[in-house]
Design a protein around this ligand. Structure first.
Ligand code: WT7
Length: 661
C-alpha cells in the first residue's frame, strides 16, 4: 500500500536520454560469440521460458556432480520458493578448482592479483589456489567447523578473501562477507544476526596508499558477540593489532603447517552457500540467502554467455561494489568457468587516474566490468589518460550497479572501447544472484542507457499501480514473473518478511523495487529505485539505516535522509536533522554527526550535507514526507502538499535550501 501511494504521488526520475542511435554488435564479436544474433537469442529465450526443464537440463553437465540431479526444478512451492537441481549432490570448491586441475589446467592462472600499490602483485594458478584453499580449509576443520555452520568474513580485496570463501564452501560452511568499507558495527550486527562461529579479518586494508585498520576497530565489539569462538587475522598492512589470547590468531601462523590437501564435503543442491546482507526499505539490512547448485549454474552460465568467456579470456571485474558482484562475477562465475581474472585491491584514482588503464594494458584484459560511478569519475579526468595506454586487448565492456547515463555510456564506448567493444549494461540485484537484464555482446543491438533484454530464464514485466501491464514507454514497476535458478530463497529466518518484501506487492510476482519502462522494440529502461533505497556510487543503502544511525546520536531528535542527484556518485546523501530542544546547532556538530554515521555504518554512508531544521513536512499521521524534501534538494516540483499536517514548513525549507546551497 505504501508503494502504491508513492507511485501516484512521486514521479519517477525521468531518464536523461539524449542519445538515440542504436549500435549493432561488431561482426568480429558476433562471429566468436556464444550467442551470435537475435534470432538465436529469441529462440533460446523462448525455450528457457516455455520449457525450463529442457533449457536448464542441458546445463546439468556444465558442472561435476557427486550425485546427478534427476529433477531440474521443483515449482511446488513457487511462488515464492522454486528449488533447482533438487536431488543433486555436489561440491562447490571442487567445481571451482579441482575439476580444472583434473582436466589438466592446474597451471593456468586463476587470479592475477594487483595490490593497491602497483608493485604489490600475486599470481595464483588453479594449483596454487587449491593448495591455499586446502591449507585454510584444514584450519576450519581443526577449529571444529562443519556443514551448516556460519562464518563472517571482513577482508579487503585480497586473495585470502577468495580463499576463505572457497575453503568454507568446500565443507558446506555458509559464508557471509562484509564489505571492507563498512564499519565494525556492521560486522558485529552480521555476526549476531547469523550466529557465526568464526570471524576472518585482517589487521587492515590499503586504500590509496593509506593503511586503514580493520581488526583493531572490531576488537572491542567482539565482547558483544558470544557466538564467535575464533578470530583469524591476515597480516596485510603491518599494523599493530590487539589479539585476544586463546581466541585470536594470525592467518600465517594457522596455515603454516597445514597439509596442502584436504577432503571435501558432499552438499545438497539446495543447501545454503552464502548469506549476503543488503539494504531495504525497513529495518536493518537483511540477510539474503543463496543456495548451491542453482546459484552456481546460473553464475557460471551467465558469466560465460554475457561476457563471452572463452578458454583464453582475461576478465577484470573492478566494480567497487563489495557485494554480490564480487561473489558472482569475481569468485563463483569466473572460477567455475576455469577462467583467468584480474582481482584489484585498490581504487581507480591511485596512484593516478590511469590505474584501470594501466591494469588493462598490463594484463591484456579482454573483458572489463565496472560501475557507472567509476566511468563518470574517470571521464572527468579527460581522454588523454586512457589514450596513453594500449587498450586494444579489450573486446567487451560491462556496466553494473546503477543507471548509466548516455553521456558516460558514449564515453565508455568511444574512448575506452574505440567503438569496437559492445557494452553490456547489466541489471540485477543481490537478491537475483546473477545478471537478469542485459544485452548479449554478439547479438543485441545496443541503445545507450538501456539494459535491453531479459537473460535466459527471466521474464520481466513493467506493471501499473493496479498490477495491469504498462503500455510501451509507460513508466511502472519492474517485476519478474518467472523463476530462475539463482533466485534468493529467503531473507534471514523470516519467511514473512521475504513474502511481504518481494511477493505481496503484486501477488506471486517478484517485486524488484525498481521503476522501469519497456519501449516499443521491447527494450527495458531501468529508471531507478522506487522505494527508500539510495544508490551512492553504486552502493545500496536504506534511508532508514542512515536515519537510525543519526538518531542514535544523543543530540538528534529526528532525521530524514534524501537522495540528491549527483553527477558522479549518482546519489549524494542529504540529511535533514531536528535536534533535541536544548542543543545548539553548530558546524562542529554537523561534523560530529557525519563522523557518527561513518562510525555506525561506514564511510560510504556519510551524509554529504546536514541541514538542521526546526520541523519537517509530515502527514497528519506523523510520517515524514521524504519526497518533499527530495524535491527541495533536487529543486523539482514539490507537488501536492495539501494533505500535510504542516504545509507552511515547505516554503520555509525551500527558501532555506536556496539560501544555503
Ligand atoms: C539495485 C541493486 C547488481 C549487482 C550490484 C548491485 C540498481 C543494478 C543496474 C543497472 C540501473 C541498476 C537497481 C537495483 N542497478 N544494476 N544496470 N542499471 N540500475 O546490487 O546492491 O543489490 O543493488 O542496483 O536499482 O535494484 P544491489
Amino acid at each position: 500500500m505504501e508503494c502504491a501511494e508513492k507511485m501516484s504521488e512521486e514521479k519517477i526520475i525521468t531518464s536523461l536520454l539524449t542519445e538515440k542511435r542504436v549500435f549493432p554488435p561488431p561482426p568480429a564479436i558476433s562471429k566468436k560469440a556464444w550467442v551470435k544474433n537475435m534470432a538465436q537469442y529469441r529462440e533460446m529465450w523462448k525455450e528457457s521460458i516455455e520449457d525450463p526443464d529442457k533449457f536448464w537440463g542441458k546445463l546439468v553437465d556444465s558442472i561435476t556432480w557427486i550425485k546427478k540431479p534427476t529433477k531440474i526444478w521443483d515449482d511446488s512451492k513457487f511462488p515464492p520458493i522454486a528449488q533447482w537441481f533438487v536431488d543433486g549432490k555436489l561440491n562447490t570448491t571442487y567445481n571451482a578448482i579441482d575439476r580444472h586441475i583434473n582436466e589438466g589446467k592446474g597451471d593456468k592462472v586463476a587470479i592475477y592479483w594487483e595490490g593497491d600499490d602497483p608493485n604489490d602483485t600475486r599470481v595464483l594458478t588453479y594449483n596454487d589456489l587449491l593448495e591455499e584453499v586446502c591449507k585454510f580449509g584444514n584450519v576450519l576443520l581443526k577449529a571444529g567447523l562443519k556443514k551448516g555452520d556460519k562464518i563472517v568474513i571482513w577482508l579487503p580485496m585480497i586473495p585470502e578473501l577468495v580463499i576463505t570463501m572457497l575453503a568454507a564452501a568446500r565443507f558446506g560452511i555458509i559464508h557471509s562477507v562484509v564489505f571492507a568499507g563498512f564499519s565494525a558495527g556492521a560486522v558485529k550486527d552480521r555476526i549476531i544476526d547469523s550466529n557465526a562461529r568464526i570471524l576472518i579479518t585482517a589487521d587492515g586494508t590499503f586504500r590509496a596508499g593509506k593503511k586503514i585498520p580493520l581488526k583493531e576497530k572490531v576488537h572491542k565489539l567482539l565482547e558483544e558477540t558470544p557466538s564467535i569462538e575464533r578470530v583469524v587475522v591476515v597480516k596485510q598492512v603491518g599494523l599493530k593489532t590487539p589479539m585476544k589470547e586463546g581466541r585470536d590468531t594470525w592467518w600465517h601462523d594457522e596455515i603454516k603447517n597445514q597439509p596442502t590437501e584436504c577432503v571435501y564435503e558432499e552438499v545438497n543442491a539446495e543447501d545454503p552457500l552464502f548469506i549476503l546482507y543488503t539494504s531495504g526499505t525497513t529495518g536493518k539490512p537483511k540477510g539474503v540467502i543463496h543456495t548451491t547448485a542453482g546459484y552456481l549454474i546460473y553464475a557460471a552460465y551467465s558469466h560465460k554467455i554475457i561476457f563471452d568467456i572463452h578458454e583464453d579470456s582475461i576478465f577484470f571485474c573492478s566494480a567497487d561494489i563489495g557485494w554480490i558482484t564480487r561473489h558472482t562475477y569475481i569468485v563463483y562465475g569466473p572460477l567455475l568457468n576455469g577462467a583467468t581474472e584480474v582481482m584489484f585491491e585498490g581504487v581507480p584514482s591511485y596512484p593516478s587516474f590511469e590505474r584501470y588503464w594501466e591494469i588493462i594494458e598490463k594484463y591484456k584484459v579482454n573483458i572489463f566490468y565496472t560501475a557507472p560511478t567509476a566511468i563518470r569519475l574517470l571521464m572527468k579526468e579527460g581522454e588523454e589518460l586512457p589514450n596513453k595506454h594500449d587498450l586494444s586487448s579489450l573486446r567487451i565492456l560491462g556496466s553494473v550497479g546503477e543507471l548509466i547515463n548516455p553521456e558516460a555510456w558514449m564515453w565508455y564506448y568511444q574512448v575506452i572501447g574505440k567503438e569496437k567493444c559492445p557494452i553490456v549494461d547489466t541489471w540485477w540485484q543481490t537478491e537475483t544472484g546473477g545478471i537478469m537484464i542485459t544485452p548479449l555482446p554478439g547479438a543485441t543491438p545496443l541503445k545507450p542507457g538501456s539494459a535491453s533484454r531479459p537473460f535466459f530464464g527471466v521474464k520481466a514485466e513493467v506493471l501499473r499501480d493496479d498490477g495491469t501491464p504498462a503500455a510501451p514507454n509507460e513508466e511502472g514497476y519492474l517485476v519478474i514473473t518467472s523463476a530462475w535458478p539463482a533466485m534468493l530463497r529467503g531473507v534471514g529466518q523470516n519467511p514473512q518478511r521475504f513474502q511481504k518484501t518481494y511477493w505481496d506487492r503484486f501477488p506471486g510476482k517478484y517485486y524488484s523495487g525498481d521503476g522501469a519502462k519497456i519501449d516499443k522494440d521491447g527494450y527495458i529502461w531501468i529508471l531507478g529505485r522506487l522505494d527508500d533505497v539510495l544508490k551512492v556510487s553504486g552502493h545500496r543503502m536504506g534511508t532508514m539505516e542512515i536515519e537510525s544511525a543519526l538518531v542514535s546520536h544523543p543530540a538528534v531528535a529526528e532525521a530524514a535522509i534524501v537522495p540528491k542527484e549527483h553527477p558522479i556518485k549518482g546519489h549524494a546523501i542529504f540529511a535533514y536533522v531536528i535536534l533535541k530542544k536544548i542543543i545548539t546547532p553548530t558546524d562542529d556538530l554537523k561534523k560530529e554527526l557525519k563522523n557518527h554515521v561513518r562510525g555506525e555504518i561506514g564511510p560510504i554512508a556519510t551524509p554529504d550535507e546536514i541541514y538542521f531544521a526546526a520541523d519537517l513536512p509530515k502527514t497528519r499521521s506523523g510520517k515524514i514526507m521524504r519526497r518533499i524534501l527530495k524535491a527541495i534538494v533536487n529543486e523539482t516540483d514539490v507537488g501536492n502538499i495539501t494533505t500535510l499536517a504542516n504545509p507552511q514548513i515547505v516554503k520555509a525549507l525551500w527558501e532555506d535550501y536556496q539560501l544555503r546551497k
